[in-house]
Design a protein around this ligand. Structure first.
Ligand code: HSE
Length: 416
């Protein structure tokens, strides 16, 4: 018998309690012994819940109970999750968390405490919800050199972009619908501004490189500037727009960014729609592999937490070697990032053809019927070169009192 506690009886915490009960025998079989839930820490009481008799309000009860060898943190946020998790590890307890904010901000320190105390700090559920991507990286792909990770890592924004694509709807309307359905938070900033994806790609990059990644170093752009007009062009071009977290490990450098990216039907992530997540990994021997599934939600996320609990139980007296060390991984200058660009401009394509060619080189032009604008797709170029061209082009137009560039979207499309 191994005693466990859950900190935070919200959506995921209650899902973990539910799975521990429903799959008790299967979990005992995998873990080698039964995992028994002794406490649930929460500020609230849950008198009608199946864990009513195990609710505690004082963290010290868990910290000081030597019988509790495993603690699940599903509170979210950094405070008080960070001091509680740190105290549990220091007390010699295994900790399992679903909290990407905690892992991205304090993962290096918490992993090291776990190593020093011969316990485990696992966080499979922090990236990709129920998709087993972290264990895949540190166990299945452990002999592989990771070259690139590209992920649709946020279900909320993928739901919004999929709806905009399929229904031609505007961002604000779809966001409201997502909030009504409970997919988007009342304050949706972390999702729609890309911060959630940023933390997740930072964690995956740290796992791939074995070094600490500061998520603040990752250039992050959300989806709030993506419009229904962009999707009208995308439809015409046979493409779509997805919010991607991308990490490329090339020539001894690591490039990482979060941005809405135009991709076409040939791209493996094109079919990852709605609230689902998908993660594409390129590695030296295996080549391309992809991982797909529910990136959020009560039972899928809790399932990943329970898998970590089983692994912790299997390694009750040993630290499983994984994660990253304190050495910092530099993120290469964004100016070196190579991409194609989708650009929208007011006016008539024919009137600007020479100016556009002089600034951006050969482009493919797209015209929307009835629109007061056009779009073009550049060849692949560095961000530095593109930005210089865009600034010069905009400057010329503004000098003539004309409107500047309306939209710029990265495009991961094969050259024509
Ligand atoms: N808000 C996140 C999402 C939850 O939409 O993917 C899972 O991390």
């Amino acid at each position: 018998m191994m005693y466990a506690a859950i900190m935070g009886y919200g959506t995921i915490g209650s899902g973990v309690a539910e799975i521990l009960e429903k799959s008790r025998e299967r979990i005992a079989c995998g873990a080698g012994h039964e995992i028994k839930l002794k406490y649930v820490l929460d500020l609230r009481d849950f008198p009608d819940s199946p864990v009513a008799d195990r609710i505690v309000h004082d963290f010290k009860v868990i910290e000081e109970d030597e019988q509790v060898k495993m603690v699940v943190e599903t509170m979210g946020g950094v405070d008080p999750a960070y001091p509680f998790v740190k105290a549990c590890l220091n007390a010699g307890k295994h900790v399992i968390t679903s909290n990407k904010a905690l892992v991205a901000a304090h993962g290096t320190e918490l992993l090291q405490i776990a190593r020093d105390r011969h316990v485990n700090f696992f966080f499979e559920a922090s990236v990709g919800g129920g998709i087993p991507i972290i264990r895949t990286l540190y166990r299945c792909l452990t002999g592989e050199k990771i070259l690139e990770i590209t992920g649709i890592l946020n279900g909320t924004t993928n739901f919004i972009l999929t709806k905009m694509d399929r229904e031609g709807a505007a961002f604000d309307r779809v966001l409201r619908e997502a909030q009504e359905l409970g997919y988007a938070e009342r304050n949706p900033e972390a999702d729609v501004e890309g911060h959630d994806t940023c933390r997740k790609i930072a964690i995956l990059t740290a796992l791939a490189t074995g070094k600490e990644v500061h998520y603040e170093d990752i250039n992050t752009e959300g989806i709030t500037r993506i419009t229904d007009t962009d999707f009208r062009y995308a439809k015409m071009m046979g493409t779509s727009v997805k919010l991607l977290g991308i990490s490329r490990i090339q020539g001894g450098k690591v490039y990482a960014r979060v941005a809405p990216v135009m991709i076409d039907k040939e791209h493996p992530l094109y079919s990852v729609c709605g609230v689902y997540n998908g993660i594409l990994v390129k590695s030296d021997m295996l080549g391309t592999s992809m991982y797909y599934g529910s990136g959020a939600g009560k039972l899928p996320t809790a399932s990943a937490v329970v898998a970590d609990m089983i692994e912790a139980a299997q390694n009750a007296d040993a630290n499983v070697s994984f994660g990253w060390k304190a050495e910092q991984q530099a993120i290469a200058d964004r100016g070196e990032w190579e991409s194609r660009y989708f650009v929208r401009i007011a006016g008539d394509a024919k009137d600007h053809a020479e100016q556009v060619k002089a600034a951006f080189g050969e482009v493919r032009t797209f015209v929307l019927e009835g629109a007061d604008e056009y779009a073009f797709l550049t060849a692949k170029m560095s961000e530095e070169r593109f930005q210089k061209a865009a600034i010069a082009f905009d400057g010329e137009r503004q000098k003539n009192g004309e409107e500047g560039i309306r939209q710029i979207i990265h495009a991961e499309l094969e050259e024509d």
